[in-house]
Each structure stands twice: as structure tokens, then as C-alpha cells.
Design a protein around this ligand. Sequence first.
Ligand code: HEC
Length: 255
Amino acid sequence: MNKVLIIVTGLLLPAIGLAAGGEYAYPDDKIEIDWSDKAAMQRGARSFVNYCMGCHSASYSRYNRVGEDLGIPEDLVRENLIFTTEASGAKTKVGALMKNAMTPEYAEQAFGIVPPDLSLVARSRGVDWLYNYLRGFYVDEIRDGLGVNNGVFANVGMPHVLADLQGLQAPKYQTVTDSNGNEHEVIVGFDLIKPGSLSKSEYDQTIHDLVAFLDYIAEPYKQTRKNVGTGVIIFLLAFLVLAYFLKKEYWKDVH
Ligand code: HEC
């Protein structure tokens, strides 16, 4: 009986830990990334170079590799994905790493913090977190300069760079009592107070695609790895059958 209890507690503990971690984060939605949907990742790549690379780099990825993986011809990569120039003034080459031109010193001055490289952020934060973070900016007048806060990343130093698309939202609060009897004001929803150029579902789709792209750059080999894995299993199964008949053949005369 005791053993059963220990096992059950052991199974439950991680779940309790998880619940505590994200208890008051809003929004708290989940997404599925379809790794075969290259079109979504292409749209995400476009959003990334347009809206994020002003401040962030993806310095483990090369433009031409991204083009190859996502099925974008090189001339279109050059036209649609590369907006930076080299020190000489010439357009960044298609084989270059996806780095932006901002120096850390300038970033430090402008934001008080250097915007992190986003190459691996889908792995460090997870795709659900990213999806919620990019949909979680809300108006907060108290925050000098930025004017926004974030329901998932409190007091973040990043401005709401997609406000033109999403519009501006105000938080709806509710008071909750935690297990220790303490009361907290938590965000339970948003009201759109200034519409953006996209509807809510269009904006959600745009963020979904952007997160799909971030997930791809964090692990470009994932698809290949899965395919190789399946291939190996099929080979092993086929080999098992072969080995079984071979064994039968060899032992035939012994018995
Ligand atoms: C104007 C500059 C700027 C732009 C443009 C910008 N960001 Fe940021 N971003 C920042 C700064 C500064 C931080 C660091 C915030 C902090 O740690 O308080 C940040 C942090 C982040 C983080 C959190 C990283 C982590 O793990 O802590 C993510 C994710 C992120 N940005 C994604 C994006 C995406 C996606 C875009 C494009 C839609 C984007 N950012 C555009 C400035 C920018």
C-alpha cells in the first residue's frame, strides 16, 4: 500500500510543480506545429525578418539554408528575406548568417538590455510560451517609454512591435485566493481597446506561423531526424524477419 502511495505521489509531484510555475500567466493557450506545413514557416520567416530582425538575430541560421529547407528559391530569398546590408553598403549575401546590424552597445542604450538571439528560443521557452508571449502585450501606462506590459513575461523590456497588426488590448482582472489564503489580482482576459489591421484570428494565425518558423530554426534537423528514425525502425523490423528465417534455416538440421 505504502509503495502505491509513493508511486502515485511521485507521479503527481511534477504536475503540481508545473501548475505553480505558470499559475497566473495569461494568455495560456496551446498550439500544434505541423512540421510539414512549409507555407506556414515561409510566412513566419517573412514576419521574422520584417518585424523582429530590427532587434533580434537568428545567428545560427543562414538565409540560403532557410530557403532550401522551406522551399524558397534563392532569388526570392534575396528579394523577400534579406533587408540588411554589409559594412560596405552592399546587400547581405544569401549565404550569410541571419544577423542584424544593431550593436550590443546601441541596444543596451535603447532598451537597457540587449535583445537576445532567437535561434534557440523555441527550445528554451517552448512554442506555447512564445505563442502566448507574442499575444500577451497589454497597455500599461505606468511603464515609461514602452506603455505596455506582458501577461506572460511581466515587466518585459521589449516594446509591442506588432501593435499595428494586433491593436492594443487592456487587461481584465479578477481577484483570486491562492492555497495560502493570499489574494492576487490576476489577468483573466483582454479587451481590444484599439483595433489593429488584423482580426483576432488573423493575428493568432500570424503568430502561429512566426512560432512555427522559430521552432524550425531552433532545430532544423527535426524533420530529417524523424524521417531517419522511421527508416531505421522499418529497416530493423525487416531485418528481424530476415534474421528469424535465417535462424530457422540454420537450425533446421540440428533438431
Ligand atoms: C525594438 C526592438 C525589438 C523588436 C523589433 C523585437 N524585440 Fe523581442 N525583445 C526585445 C528586447 C529588448 C527583449 C529583452 C526583454 C527583456 O528581457 O526584458 C526582447 C525579448 C524577446 C523575447 C524573450 C526572449 C527570452 O527568452 O527572454 C522573445 C521571445 C522575443 N523578444 C521575440 C521577438 C519576436 C518574435 C519579435 C518579432 C515579432 C521581436 N521580439 C521583436 C526587443 C525587440
